[in-house]
Design a protein around this ligand. Sequence first.
Ligand SMILES: [Zn+2]
Length: 311
Amino acid sequence: MTTLLVSHNDCLYHDTTPAHPESPDRLRAVLRALEDEQFQYLARDDAPLATDEQILRAHPAGHIQWIGASVDRAAQEDHVFLDADTVVSPGSFLAARRAAGAVCHAVGSVALGEASNAFCAVRPPGHHAEQTKPMGFCLFNNIVVGALEAREKYGLERVAVVDFDVHHGNGTQAMFERDPKLFFASTHQSPLYPGTGAANERGVGNILNVPLAPGGDGAALEAALRDAVVPALEAFEPDLIMISAGFDGHKGDPLANLNYETEDFGIATELLCEAAQRLCQGRVVSTLEGGYNLGDLAASAAAHVAALMRY
Ligand SMILES: [Zn+2]
């Protein structure tokens, strides 16, 4: 059994303006790190385009049309801003469909037992995108599209998403919070954008937020996972564990103030993979969210994938 890497060059052509932190160089840095010899046994697939049918499970048709029309306008204007920091270029529609399609493809490979687990190296990220609102650099909520693919197409009825990005995954929470067969756990810095993710946001008992104070380190992350998230996963009994893998909790990240070290992402990944082995035959699908210091992002993603490959 193998770990599967899913990506696509189209994800490089979502151009966010020159000074934007969510840059194509992020993905280039991650893919370059995964060329190292220790990753020679990764299986590698190109991401398909997500279909309308797949995206429509998470977003209404009007949302897809809005993104598409904005991208069409960008053909004339180069860039169209959807909010203060979420921007599209002529390549963004294909990139966003590849990102959501990657997660659907990874879910299928893991559900069918073709891979033991998978990592999607894609952009734009997804976890801030709400049902009808692109935001926070995100257009479609890739991990929600993937979670609903797992349920509708592969019969994995109970899906858990664990989000260790430094920002709260408000979009994922909003789309999960009324469905008791979906579970969302997030560790994130608080206070910080987008401002949601308080511990008392519990959904229908299926949401677990563990806000961390600025300055929190890898020990805080590990404690949150070991003492709160993993026991909650055990109570939920998922058929699949998905990870919103944001690496912006790294101490070198310019957008936030947590102090994780590179190897903390490996430890976090191992805790989740061990839970998946006990609970759901090891099925783990991870997708890239944030991470804005190129060197730390690349090293942290490599630590994450190296940990996936040990399971
Ligand atoms: Zn983030």
